[in-house]
Design a protein around this ligand. Structure first.
Ligand SMILES: Cc1cc2nc3c(=O)[nH]c(=O)nc-3n(C[C@H](O)[C@H](O)[C@H](O)COP(=O)(O)OP(=O)(O)OC[C@H]3O[C@@H](n4cnc5c(N)ncnc54)[C@H](O)[C@@H]3O)c2cc1C
Length: 358
């Protein structure tokens, strides 16, 4: 396994559970790529831009309850995970019109939800800005605390025999056994999974390159004495994720700046302003941290998952863009089914590596 982000760690865990001897190699150590900055929202009906992504996201969400209970029990550690629902809010007529459109689409799909007036939205969440004009509540949505999930995945995988080490992988030469060139020397394995997020394209793959590009996201971690809202709140410019301990995540920027992982003054300023515009009480919150991460994006905004069509023994699990946390359990199941049992679930047809010549 190359890469110990949420995707690589979920796959490592799933493979280890199925009795595979797993070695995870990461250039920095677990969870220090995009995963570190993630808000952990599980919100397929909001982020499902294309029909294919919606299908994957809904399937991903369905797996979450069972996945969290398995990982938590195998790791012997709690994971912050709550299906508290989302409340999307509008500040003007144009935004309210978009919520009304979503209302119609959700009704057509048979998804439980409610369209609210501004007054109803504020009754539900009294801390919301007084200028809110409409709301849309989707109860199935939720969030996971990504740091707690990541630590539990590493612990659970390790207990099942997986090994983690720090080294940079330069090149992979397919054809079982697969040869992996690292800064710590060359290794060989029956199969290698490329889960290196935005950096996947930097690994030399027998003359090929995974077409993944970085899209920076910045996120704030603020703290109040208690949660100011009881839903994940989603506005046109920002979202808020309320943890049980009073932490509030405010996200996120979407920036095309290459491999630049810095937190910037203008990014922080924008998120502070947009967050306060949703819930004014955030002006009184303690500033805990600002983080930035590089979301791995592909040209069609769908991940690349499954066996390479041209390099025997090489698998991909990359390009998860804005949904890597939501899709991690599904990705792990797709890869493990194919690699261990030779079984191809139907979702694999949406994300195959061969659509990019891999
Ligand atoms: C601000 C922000 C908010 C987000 N919010 C959400 C959200 O609410 N819900 C959601 O589902 N998703 C969200 N995402 C997206 C999600 O975080 C990513 O899709 C996910 O983290 C990708 O995980 P990954 O394991 O593929 O990549 P990463 O976490 O980037 O991990 C890749 C790993 O590979 C390692 N690596 C890279 N190259 C090499 C190499 N050559 N050799 C060895 N190791 C290597 C890196 O060190 C890194 O640890 C958000 C992202 C950001 C930035």
């Amino acid at each position: 396994m190359v890469g110990a982000g949420v995707v690589g760690c979920a796959i490592a865990y799933e493979l280890a559970v199925r009795g595979v001897q797993v070695h995870v190699i990461d250039g920095r150590g677990p969870g220090l790529g995009a995963t570190r900055a993630s808000a952990g929202m599980l919100t397929p009906y909001i982020e499902g831009h294309s029909a294919a992504l919606l299908q994957l996201g809904v399937c991903g969400l369905e797996q979450y309850d069972r996945f969290i209970s398995r990982v938590s029990s195998d790791a012997g550690a709690p994971i912050e995970y709550r299906r508290i629902g989302t409340l999307q809010i509008a500040h003007d007529d144009a935004e309210a019109g978009k919520l009304a459109e979503e209302d119609r689409a959700l009704s057509a799909m048979g998804v439980a939800h409610s369209l609210l007036s501004g007054r109803e939205a504020r009754q539900l969440e009294p801390a919301l800005d007084a200028r809110v004009t409409a709301g849309l509540r989707i109860p199935a949505h939720g969030y996971v605390g990504v740091q707690s999930l990541l630590s539990a995945l590493v612990e659970a995988a390790t207990r099942r025999g997986a090994e983690f080490s720090v080294a940079h992988v330069h090149a992979i030469d397919g054809a079982a056994p697969v040869r992996v060139e690292t800064t710590g020397g060359a290794l060989s394995a029956d199969a290698v999974v490329v889960a290196a997020g935005s950096w996947s394209g930097g690994i030399v793959l027998a003359g090929r390159q995974a077409p993944v590009r970085p899209v920076r996201g910045q996120l704030l971690h603020l703290r109040l004495s208690e949660p100011p809202v009881s839903h994940v709140v989603w506005g046109a410019a920002a979202y808020l994720v309320p943890w049980q301990d009073g932490s509030v995540l405010v996200g996120a920027t979407v920036e095309d700046v290459g491999f630049d992982e810095r937190v910037t003054v203008s990014g922080v300023r924008r998120l502070l302003d947009d967050g306060e515009r949703l819930v004014p009480a955030l002006g009184n919150a303690a500033f805990h941290e600002a983080r930035a991460g590089l979301r791995p994006a592909t040209a069609d905004e769908l991940p690349i998952i499954g066996a390479s069509s041209s390099m025997r023994g090489v698998y991909f699990a990359t390009g998860h863009y804005r949904s890597g946390v939501l899709l991690a359990p599904l990705t792990a199941a797709l890869v493990a089914d194919q690699l261990v049992d030779g079984r191809e679930r139907r979702e694999l047809a949406l994300v195959r590596p061969d659509r990019f010549g891999l």
